[in-house]
Ligand binder design. Structure first.
Ligand code: ZN
Length: 390
């Protein structure tokens, strides 16, 4: 279910996403679930409880992907939730709580540069300004939601009431190699790193590559390059800090023109929010210093995407018990990648179960998990649910 021939790219609210929904909806129905799409367009399958006024356990992850993605990031968590409900349905068992399997419409944010449009709606932290974001074709989030069948004006009503929820569980490929190193199929996240992002533009003077002498130049790309090097060097010095420049756009962008503008992205993560914010401040200062040394001007726009979060101790303990009961050693470690669980922890107890992935590779078509590890994850979630029901 991809927008691109020969590689997996499934952005939010696209026909490829609709095909994925159609497929997953069929599987959810077959597993005894009642389906609905909420106002932003999240896909929700409900396996009702054996009594009325029961609370709800949400098992979810995202169905959108990055560009040229692997086939497990996000979708694996939805499929494992589905598999667990399928088994309950086959055994004709209902639990004292409802299970909702949720496929979030937008976590990676590839299409709109957004973040967590889906889970923020459920968590009640959706910023209506996000509806104004536009994709590269000029289509707004609001229009995309509408065209997909959602109702952008009613989004605030989708926020769940905390007292109706039992918790949120997300199964996700680890996207790191700790489990591989420890030779374990699954593990538990104790904290999830916060993220800050900035967009920087260095502005200089465009000129002729042949006639503008070196001493006349204020080359925007040379300033940006110096900054990229500085980011890497700084992040190497600060324990626990990861910093990435993943986008760089040069204008006018011709081989015989001295670059007049260079725009780049900065992504900063650290398990400690204070360390992340002071790193951000330092790099802001550094960018300014580079610009002024080179006679460039600098534009700096920053945003905190997500604060660091601690996963719910009670759910972590229950997961650890389930892992032990399934015959594996329970381990906990921090997540460097951000997940919908960070957002959901704003409204309910949340936890993440990681599944080992080959070489820690993710956001890459080489993403790989084994059948045995997925089976282990399903068993752990099953035990977790049974214990919760008990
Ligand atoms: Zn993911």
């Amino acid at each position: 279910m991809s927008e691109e021939e020969g590689r997996l790219t499934r952005r939010s609210f696209t026909p490829a996403m609709r095909s994925a929904y159609d497929l997953v909806t069929g599987w959810m129905r077959a597993a005894g679930m009642v389906i609905h799409e909420d106002c932003i367009g999240n896909l929700v399958g409900t396996y009702t409880a054996n009594r009325s006024a029961a609370r709800t356990l949400i098992i979810g992850s995202h169905l959108d992907t990055v560009r040229d993605a692997g086939i497990f990031d996000g979708i694996l968590g939805v499929m494992i939730g589905l598999a667990v409900v399928e088994r309950l349905h086959q055994a004709k068992r209902r639990l004292p709580f409802a299970i909702e399997v949720v496929g979030f419409i937008d976590q990676e944010g590839l299409r709109f540069g957004s973040s967590f449009l889906g889970s923020r709606v459920l968590a009640g932290s959706f910023d209506p300004a996000a509806l104004l974001l536009r994709d590269d074709q000029g289509v707004s989030v609001a229009d995309a939601v509408r065209e997909f069948g959602g109702h952008p004006d009613l989004i605030v009503q989708e926020a769940r009431r905390a007292q109706t929820l039992l918790g949120y569980l997300e199964v996700h490929i680890e996207q790191g190699s700790q489990l591989e190193r420890m030779n374990l199929p699954v593990g538990v996240a104790n904290t999830i790193a916060g993220i800050s992002r900035a967009t920087l533009t260095f502005m200089g003077v465009t000129g002729h590559a042949g006639t503008m002498t070196m001493d006349q130049r204020h080359d925007a790309l040379c300033g940006a390059s110096e900054f990229v090097g500085a980011v890497e060097a700084y992040a190497r010095e600060i324990p626990g800090l990861v910093a990435t420049v993943g986008e760089l756009c040069v204008a006018p962008g011709a081989r015989n023109v001295v670059p007049g503008t260079a725009t780049l992205s900065l992504d900063l993560r650290h398990q400690d929010d204070q360390a992340r914010l002071s790193a951000l401040a330092h790099l802001h200062w550094r960018a300014g210093a580079i610009a002024s040394e080179r006679g460039l001007s600098l534009r700096w726009d920053e945003a905190q995407v997500q604060a660091g979060t601690t996963m719910a101790p009670e759910l972590r303990n229950r997961l650890a018990t389930a892992i032990g009961a399934a015959g594996h050693t329970p381990v906990e470690f921090p997540s460097g990648a951000c997940h919908d669980a960070s957002v959901m922890s704003g409204i309910t107890d949340s936890a993440v179960l990681f599944v080992r992935c080959k070489g820690g590779i993710s956001h890459n078509p080489a993403e790989s998990v084994t059948l045995e590890d997925v089976a282990a994850a399903i068993e752990v979630v099953e035990r977790f649910i049974n214990e919760l029901a008990g």
